[in-house]
Design a protein around this ligand. Structure first.
Ligand code: K7E
Ligand code: CUA
Length: 613
């Protein structure tokens, strides 16, 4: 035990040292084996041309998702999810404000694309909020957040979002254990009153609407990161965990006492069946399964060295568990796991959950290098594992379990993403390393160093670094989608606008008053609002519905109102509502915030608030 703590202490100081070593190596090699000219040509997208792939990367505690093009790595869009964003007016109109539920941030970690038959279908992107136990759905038809769902019982929704083969479920796991149903219990009761949770969020196949499906009550470990099965393992999902010690306090010490932690294997089909058969209890409003009473839903698989990622190979036959404190990835065989379950080949139990015999399910170890975190796979039978401590990515062959190549990245890579990497049929070709520490890779902008990502060509025997891009903070996971998989709309067709207060000509605009309630239907078109004078009394509650009557691409109008913290942005064909109280007498200009025409600057009017006597 003591020895183990020494190792940890040593590792804790390693990153800086290793990063420096790699720094010199990178410079010595000129950054890459190939010429700069070659790399520049292969990432150059001429003006007027567009990229081949979308890169969706999570913005961590910015609460946003960022979109870049590959191979140019240009940042092309910001999709606000858990955070208001005046750029698109998100979080300022009534509907998006209600969706945010009074919160102004979230912690986005793992975006996941919807799938049909295991492959990305380009319909939706789901993302989790590690801080506030939520999951959101972005519609890729218009790149807008459409729903935010709260997961009761789940404390710290980190192990999410992982999408099943036909988007039946988004699977999630709690990072922090806590008492279920939001109850109180002191930390001293951690071992007996706190629980972890594995959750299945049901997705409606047609609308994408999410609802709480099943949950499984788990021992008070910290569940980390997962992936869903594919092919033979498609009914299963896997998560790593740490803190098998069930410890509290300084976890870097207290939760690193045991040589093994666990990987959770959950049969989501069996969980769904158990709920249907009435074997679950309602806790916090959700059907919760107690695995001690319902066997066959979850198993634990021992995994060495505080694992971080567990990633299923595209053929669904193997699970790779990256033990961040050992220089290796442990490979498990799904077939052997099935046999161990059938033969009850268990080495113990945790709260009634069988622990599979490690020796029976482990099939290989890949000596990848220092600090392995996450693995992704290409279309050629290779795995790519990020090495945080070594600041590198190791490429290894599935089946041979041998490392064939390694590439330095700057620095301390966390997640990495291969194009199509979580699909049954990955695209391959590109890999992006999302680096955690930057250290002088960009012009200095002060202590908050710009983050960076490395675009790597993975088509040859040797990986080739092509480009290093600025990445908005704080990058975690990402997904890469072929550009031709989606065709986003460019205006909202009038026929689809079902807002009850939509109007399509200026003469239909009106102001109605009922006591202190003033309702205004407003029309916006180049380059004026109707009405242009909004006259109300101090203390009135104003409900303003604004329709953008344009049906022309990129003809967006904004409604910015001085001193009221209001900036509603309305896309062509859209209607939005904003409600506010005219608290203070005075005169407040409003104007269009989005440059829409040569006479955009003239698009302005007044809200007058008359004092009450
Ligand atoms: Cu997926 Cu960044 Cu949440 Cu690993 S975590 S690095
Ligand atoms: Cu409308 Cu500017």
């Amino acid at each position: 035990m003591k020895k183990r703590f020494k190792l940890l202490a040593a590792l804790a100081v390693v990153p800086g040292v290793i990063a420096l070593g790699i720094n010199q190596k990178v410079i010595a090699q000129g950054g890459d084996a190939r010429t700069a000219k070659d790399a520049a040509e292969r990432t150059f997208v001429p003006p007027g041309k567009t990229d081949d792939y979308y890169l969706f990367y999570s913005g961590g505690h910015s609460g946003q998702v960022f979109v870049a093009g590959i191979p140019s790595m240009r940042h092309i869009s910001t999709i606000p999810v858990f955070t208001p964003y005046p750029g698109t007016g998100y979080g300022y109109d009534d509907e998006s404000k209600a969706m945010l539920g009074g919160m102004t941030w979230g912690d986005v970690h793992h975006p996941a694309l919807s799938k049909t038959k295991g492959d990305y279908d380009g319909r939706w992107l789901f993302v989790n909020d590690n801080a506030n136990n939520r999951v959101a759905r972005i519609d890729l038809r218009d790149f807008k957040t459409k729903q935010i769902l709260k997961l009761p019982n789940v404390s710290g929704n980190h192990g999410s979002s992982f999408v099943t083969d036909n988007t039946e479920y988004i699977l999630s796991a709690s990072r922090f254990s806590a008492p279920l149903a939001g109850k109180y219990a002191p930390v001293s009761e951690y071992g007996k009153s706190y629980s972890g949770v594995v959750a299945g969020v049901k997705v409606d196949a047609k609308s994408g609407k999410m609802s709480n499906g099943f949950q499984v009550k788990m021992p008070p470990f910290n569940y980390d990161l997962g992936s869903v099965g594919k092919g033979p393992s498609k009914d299963w999902a896997f998560w790593t965990s740490y803190n098998a010690e069930r410890a509290t306090g300084r976890l870097e010490v207290t939760a690193s006492q045991k040589p093994m932690d666990y990987i959770v294997a959950c049969n989501w089909k069996a969980a769904e069946k158990a709920v249907k058969e009435g074997k679950a209890d309602t806790v916090g409003g959700v059907k919760v399964i107690d695995p001690a009473k319902v066997p066959g839903v979850v198993y634990l698989i021992p995994c060495p060295s505080s694992p971080h990622g567990v990633d299923v190979t595209p053929d669904g036959k193997y699970m790779a568990g990256a033990g961040k404190l050992a220089p290796l990835v442990t490979i498990y065989d799904f077939e052997k796991m099935q046999q161990a379950i059938a033969k009850k080949d268990f080495q113990g139990k945790e709260d009634g959950i069988p622990v599979l015999n490690f020796a029976s399910v482990k099939t290989a170890e890949v000596p990848v290098g220092l600090g392995p975190l996450h693995t992704e796979y290409d279309d050629q039978g290779y795995g790519y594992t990020s090495l945080y401590l070594e600041s590198a990515v190791a490429k290894w062959k599935i089946g041979d379990w041998k490392v064939v190549d390694k590439i330095p990245v700057a620095y301390n890579v966390g997640h990495l993403v291969v194009a199509g990497g979580n699909a049954a049929n990955p695209y391959g070709k590109y890999m992006v390393a999302m680096n955690k520490l930057s250290k002088g890779r960009h012009l200095s902008v002060g202590p908050s160093q710009p983050e960076s990502s490395t675009l790597v060509d993975i088509t040859g025997n040797k990986m080739t670094a092509l480009y290093e891009a600025f990445t908005e903070p704080e990058p975690h996971a990402a997904q890469i989608l072929k550009a031709d998989k989606i065709k986003p709309i460019e205006v909202y067709p009038k026929s689809e606008n079902h807002h009850p207060k939509a109007i399509w000509k200026a003469s239909d605009s009106k102001i109605t008053r009922k006591g202190k309630n003033v309702e205004i239907t407003m029309y916006a078109i180049r380059s004026y609002f109707t009405p242009l004078e909004l006259n109300v009394n101090e203390g009135d509650k104003v409900t303003l519905h604004i329709t953008n009557g344009e049906q022309t691409r990129d003809e967006i109008h904004g409604f910015g109102l001085a001193d009221h913290d209001i900036n509603v942005v309305i896309d062509p064909g859209e209607t939005k509502t904003v409600t506010f109280v005219a608290k203070k007498a005075g005169v407040y200009p409003f104007y269009c915030t989005n440059f829409c025409s040569a006479l955009h600057q003239e698009m302005q009017g007044y809200l007058t608030v008359k004092p009450r006597k």
